[in-house]
Design a protein around this ligand. Structure first.
Ligand code: FES
Ligand SMILES: [Fe+2]
Length: 377
């Protein structure tokens, strides 16, 4: 099929952007689970295409190991947790929390038998995992989630998304969709045309949208007391890392002077962790700095927000389904609009990171060149 000039240009530009075919980025902290999900029950979860087994030790600290017994691949999540050890359900090899085999029932020597252990770190309601080179794990590099240390009220949740994490990040940097995909929840008709600013650095991408004046949707109007009033709704989308995106929003009555406005802000951490190339663990931690004592506000906002985020899940899954059903790749293109500048830059960054890492895995020498390219891009 012949493409138009604009379609061809979009096709060429698209080759520089991450998509569902782009390899995973391993050298990052990702959220593996909400803290309450990991218990004394063995639990299986796939992250970056690797199946893990998760559990808590008797002292409460979380553990992640490969979910594959080193002997003959039996899933350890279908085995037994005894004290702080996992006993394989097939031939009884016993592993400690570091993944070292400490007992083989059929022989006396188990020296040197081990499976991989992954560094974890609990940060309030979430547990981070390092899937990269173990010696590079550094908990100081775990991205901050400001709503957790400012005394705000928070709630958290999890959704399984059958689509690539790349498109979830893009969705979060693209707020023009609020007027359409979220027309029934927190979108308003004026959102898509509102003024916006974009800020792009080497590895961080922001989009700020000013919807002023506007009428707030119920999720924000009710708890802020701004129902039926002309308000300002200023939202900043902040791509923090391949594993974290934070949306900040503030609301105020535009009839009030700046000095009279109550400080009413929300911050929502959207946390995409790739499960496979075409599926994502989508964690959410939502926080607010007002109505701190009102539990019913927490329940109301959480329910309303999750209903809106579910619209993103449904939309992204419909796009993934469509992409998966295509047989021809040669006429594929995605035309980017002016409003997509930040998300295009972000997708290019993800692709550069992924390719630099892949080069490092296959050839440490090539990696030097790829790293230089990344730094100078
Ligand atoms: S497969 Fe686990 S002990 Fe044999
Ligand atoms: Fe959305």
């Amino acid at each position: 099929m012949s493409l138009t000039r604009v379609q061809k240009a979009a096709q060429v530009a698209g080759r520089t952007m991450a998509d569902r075919h782009t390899p995973f980025i391993h050298n990052e902290w990702y959220v593996v689970a909400l803290s309450h999900e990991i218990s004394r029950e063995l639990m299986s979860r796939t992250v970056l295409g690797r199946q893990l087994v998760l559990f808590r030790k008797e002292d409460g600290s979380p553990v992640a190991l490969d979910n594959r017994c080193g002997h003959r691949n039996f899933p350890l999540s279908r085995s037994a947790l005894e004290g702080d050890t996992v006993v394989c359900g097939y031939h009884g090899l016993r592993y400690n929390e570091r993944g070292e085999c400490v007992e083989v029932p059929s022989q006396c020597n188990c020296a040197g038998i081990s499976i991989r252990n992954y560094p974890l770190h609990q940060q309030g309601p979430v547990i981070w995992i390092w899937m990269g080179e173990p010696e590079e794990a550094d908990i100081d590099k775990i991205p901050a989630m400001p709503m957790l240390d400012e005394g705000w009220v928070t709630s958290e949740d999890y959704m399984h998304l059958k689509a690539s994490y790349v498109y979830l990040h893009e969705n979060l940097l693209d707020l023009t969709h609020l007027s359409f995909l979220h027309a029934k929840t927190f979108g308003t008709p004026d959102y898509a045309r509102a003024k916006f600013d974009t800020e792009i650095t080497e590895d961080r991408f922001w989009l700020k949208r000013y919807v002023v004046p506007t009428r707030l949707p119920p999720v924000w109007a009710k708890p802020t007391g701004l129902e039926g009033r002309d308000a300002a709704r200023i939202t900043t989308s902040d791509f923090v890392s391949p594993a974290l995106h934070i949306v900040h929003a503030e609301f105020y009555d535009i009839a009030l002077d700046e000095s009279e406005r109550p400080d009413q802000r929300i911050k929502t951490a959207h946390i995409p962790t790739p499960e496979t190339a075409t599926s994502t663990h989508y964690f959410v931690v939502h926080g607010r700095n007002f109505a701190l004592e009102e539990n019913e506000v927490t329940g109301f906002m959480h329910e309303q927000l999750m209903a809106a985020f579910d619209e993103d899940v449904v939309g992204l899954e419909a796009m993934e389904e469509l992409l998966a059903s295509r047989s021809e790749e040669d006429d594929f293109f995605e035309i980017s609009l002016t409003a997509d500048a930040a998300s295009v830059a972000m997708r290019r960054y993800l692709k550069r990171r992924a390719e630099a890492e892949a080069a490092e895995r296959t050839s440490p020498q090539a990696a030097g060149g790829a790293k230089t390219a990344l730094a100078s891009a």
